[in-house]
Design a protein around this ligand. Sequence first.
Ligand code: AMP
Length: 505
Amino acid sequence: MAAHLYSEISSRFPERSKTAFETQDGGKHAYADVDAGAARMAGALAALGVQPGDRVAVQVEKSLQAVLLYLGCVRAGAVFLPLNTAYTAAEIEYFLSDAEPRVFVCDPARKDELAGATNAAKVAHVETLDANGRGSIAERARFLPPTFDDVARGPDDLAGILYTSGTTGRSKGAMITHENLASNARALVEGWRFTRDDVLIHALPIYHTHGLFVAINTLLMAGGSMIFLPKFDAGQVLSHMPRATSMMGVPTFYTRLLQHAGLTQEATAHMRLFISGSAPLLAETHREWRARTGHAILERYGMTETNMITSNPYDGDRRPGTVGFPLPGVSLRIADPESGAVLPAGEIGMIEVKGPNVFKGYWRMPEKTAAEFRPDGFFITGDLGMIDRRDYVHIVGRGKDLVISGGFNVYPKEIETEIDALPGVVESAVIGAPHRDFGESVMAVVVRTKDSTLDEATIARALYGRLAKFKLPKKIVFVDDLPRNTMGKVQKNVLREKYGTIFSD
Ligand code: AMP
């Protein structure tokens, strides 16, 4: 086991002239350039006085230079801390004050606006990097040597801190170690059969674990290439497919591609693998995709704190609506949320995981960390799920989205699946609204197909007899779209805020 993530990845690099990244301007960046660029960034950080274990916080647009900054940070033994580009100055002030980075790199256009935040957090060095890879940190790195001796790190040393999106309370910094990342990349290279021949379409943001760690670490460890796109655009992604072999996406990538007339069997003929994660992929989307392209999307499950946990099989049945099996080395169990007692197959409970993929804890939150681990080291994910008779893991929803009506547990996914299957429905979200007698009552928010005239009474009739009475929605509202975050997750907290009170009776 190599201790250092970058040392391990680079020890597996292919011939140095091979392309690692192809950028949108058509530029090809060889492994040799990536290695030299990362060395220069590491040198620039070291010259700023960055010591092993120091945090380097980064809020920048997606660019190759931003990737080099990530790799350089890891090489310098520092802790990479990427921040969502949508965060406001007030939010940035919280993250900087909490993480106390030695260096903060931001977009030059926002440097003045963020001065209050960086001053308040007493950040020693504020550097810049824009969407074209230009800025003060790139200038500092430019003329430095193309080699750098990676600062020695142990497997439990931090390589990154990723703040969770935190829909309730303040977001928490998940401490991710070198071995968390290396073990996960190893498992994914093998499990998803990535090789030097692979060309991955990379259209995800790189401030999140999916686009940053899952995609980049895995492809670099395999010695493959990435077509590095600034953002997702269905037409553009389709235009790259004839040269690509694989794509990692969130479910919205797939639903948007399905709306594009260019998505055909021929257009995807060169692709070997479509992977989806970060939010549930509708079974319907899986089926439609297969019918249109002949490919079965491979759905996997993971989270910031745990990296990737389960995956549908590469060979074998990729079952719609499931997230497959635990990755090698990862233990997963379903437990009673209160007592922690392990539940038998088929029962719904809390998903708990343990393995080299699981993070070290929340930054400077020992109590929060202790509360989310069982005494035997299993991490309580907060996701409710079940293991079926064929050992496939199913996710039923977040624990906090569970609706408890009249003392009965209602799992939103079960109701959503029934509603989604009705003709004229695109998708739905089930939430709980405060109710005088029942505590909470079931409410459904439904998106109809364009010309559908489906109404509340028709849905109610269709569900009657299919679901126990306490699970039937007491109110149904129709909307054009469900609110989603950038990773495609339906924001149920937004729905609860908007409809929770108007629904309550
Ligand atoms: P994040 O930390 O932003 O990656 O979010 C992790 C959460 O996303 C998990 O705890 C799950 O609730 C959800 N998630 C990730 N992958 C899937 C999936 N394939 N199906 C359903 N939910 C998922």
